[in-house]
Design a protein around this ligand. Structure first.
Ligand SMILES: Cc1ncc(COP(=O)(O)O)c(C=O)c1O
Length: 392
C-alpha cells in the first residue's frame, strides 16, 4: 500500500467515479449538459468496502427472495441505537421500511381524520410538505427563526398556529436543510409543546450520524418515557453510508398502539425491504464506523472549503454555521440585490445544479450538496464565482 494513502486514511474519497449510465437520479438530471449536479442528497463516494463486500456476499448466495428482517440486521440496528445514541430500543419496536418518504406519508395518513392537521417547521425536506397534503391532511408550517445566527423553533409562532385538529408534528433532527443539531433544551421544549397539544411526534433522524465537530445528536425518544410513548423515530443508514438506492430504512415505535396504527395505514402499500438493503444495513452498523469517521473528516474539509470560499470570494452569498449534513443552505438575497431574479437559473447557466430553496419553503435560499470529491467542489466553486461576477 502507498504510504501517502496510509497517511491520508484508509479510504479514497478523492476517487472520481463516473456515475453516467447508472440511472443516477442526481447525475441524470443534467445528462448531456455541462452542469455539475450538487442537488439531491446522495454522495459521489463509493460506500464503505465492508458494505460493498456484504452486498456481494449476499448476491453470491444466488437467491434474492422476499426477505423478512432477520436476527443479524435487527441486532445490528439495536446495538447501533444503544452504542451510538444511547437509545435502548427493543426488537418489537422496529418496523422495517423501503424508505422514509413512504414513512412520512404513512404517518400523515395514520393519525386523525381527513382534514385534521400536521405541523412542521420550514424550510424543510420537501416530502415533509407534500406528505400531509397527499394524505388528505391540512399542512401547518411554522418558519424556523434565527437566534444568535442559528436557526431554531419559533414557539410563539407555533403556539399561534397549532389548532385543536392538529394531530402530528414532524421534526427533522438534525435539520435538513439548515444543518442544525438541536440541543436537549430545544428538544425538551418541543416535546413539551407536543405533549401539551396532544401531538404525535414523528422524529426523522436520518442525518444523525453526519455530525461536525463536537455536536451531539439526541434521539428525541430518549428525552423521557412519556415522550417516547408518543414518538415515531425514523432512521436509516442510507444517508451516512451512501446507500439510498438499497431502500432500507426503519421506524422505531415503542408504543404498541401507535405501531399498530402505523401498520394499519401502511397495509398493502409498504412491501418487504430489499434483501441487499438488509445486508448493507447490518454491515454499515457493525463495520462501517472507520469509514464514517474518515467521511466526516473529508466532509468537514469540504464544508470549510465552501465557507472560506464564500467569505473571501462571494460575500454576496451567506451561509450560517452548520452542525450536520453535507447540505449547505445558502442565502442568495445578495444576488437578488444585484438584480438577479432567478439565482437558481443563473447557477445552471454557469454549469452548477443546486436545489431550489422554494421547494423547501424559502425562495431566498439554494441548497448545495458538498458530498462530492474536492475536485468537483472546487470546480463548482469556480463556476459559482463566475456566475456571481457576471452580476457585479
Ligand atoms: C430528512 C430526510 N428524510 C428522509 C429522506 C429520504 O429517506 P429515504 O431515502 O429513506 O426515503 C431524506 C433524503 O434526503 C431526508 O433528508
Amino acid at each position: 500500500m502507498r504510504l501517502d494513502v496510509i497517511a491520508a486514511g484508509m479510504f479514497d474519497f478523492d476517487r472520481k467515479i463516473d456515475r453516467a449510465n447508472t440511472g443516477s437520479l442526481k447525475w441524470n438530471k443534467y445528462a448531456g449538459k455541462d452542469i455539475l449536479p450538487l442537488w439531491v442528497a446522495d454522495m459521489d463516494f463509493a460506500s464503505a468496502p465492508a458494505i460493498v463486500d456484504a452486498i456481494k456476499a449476499r448476491a453470491d448466495h444466488g437467491i434474492a427472495g422476499y426477505t423478512l428482517p432477520y436476527a443479524e440486521v435487527e441486532q445490528a440496528a439495536l446495538d447501533y441505537l444503544s452504542r451510538v445514541h444511547g437509545y435502548e430500543a427493543q426488537r418489537e419496536w422496529l418496523t422495517w421500511l423501503p424508505g422514509l418518504v413512504p414513512a412520512l406519508n404513512v404517518v400523515s395518513r395514520a393519525f386523525g381524520e381527513p382534514g385534521d392537521a400536521v405541523m412542521t417547521c420550514t424550510p424543510v425536506y420537501p416530502p415533509f410538505l407534500s406528505a400531509p397534503v397527499w394524505q388528505g391532511k391540512e399542512l401547518i408550517t411554522s418558519p424556523l427563526k434565527l437566534e444568535d445566527d442559528r436557526w431554531t423553533f419559533d414557539f410563539d409562532d407555533m403556539e399561534a398556529k397549532v389548532t385543536p385538529r392538529t394531530r402530528v408534528f414532524i421534526l427533522c433532527s438534525p435539520h435538513n436543510p439548515v444543518g442544525r443539531v438541536y440541543t436537549r433544551k430545544e428538544l425538551e421544549r418541543l416535546a413539551e409543546f407536543c405533549l401539551r397539544h396532544n401531538l404525535i411526534l414523528c422524529s426523522d433522524e436520518i442525518h444523525c450520524d453526519l455530525l461536525f465537530g463536537e455536536s451531539k445528536h439526541i434521539v428525541t425518544a430518549t428525552l423521557s418515557k412519556e415522550i417516547e410513548q408518543r414518538t415515531i423515530t425514523l432512521m436509516a443508514p442510507s444517508k451516512t453510508y451512501n446507500v439510498p438506492g438499497l431502500c432500507c430504512s426503519y421506524a422505531v415505535i415503542a408504543n404498541p398502539k401507535l405501531k399498530a396504527q402505523f401498520a394499519l395505514a401502511a397495509r398493502g402499500m409498504i412491501t418487504e425491504v430489499n434483501c441487499f438493503g438488509y445486508a448493507a444495513c447490518a454491515a454499515a452498523y457493525n463495520e462501517g464506523e472507520p469509514w464514517r469517521k474518515e467521511l466526516m473528516a473529508y466532509l468537514t474539509a469540504n464544508r470549510d472549503t465552501l465557507y472560506q470560499f464564500l467569505d473571501t470570494k462571494v460575500p454576496e452569498i451567506k451561509a450560517r454555521p452548520m452542525e450536520a449534513t453535507y447540505l449547505a443552505w445558502l442565502n442568495i438575497e445578495g444576488l437578488r440585490a444585484l438584480g438577479c431574479e432567478n439565482p437558481h437559473k443563473l447557477f445552471e447557466d454557469f454549469g452548477l445544479g443546486l436545489s431550489r430553496g422554494s421547494d423547501y419553503g424559502d425562495d431566498n435560499f439554494v441548497r448545495l450538496n458538498f458530498g462530492c470529491t474536492r475536485a468537483t467542489l472546487n470546480e463548482a466553486l469556480v463556476r459559482m464565482e463566475k456566475a456571481v461576477a457576471s452580476l457585479r
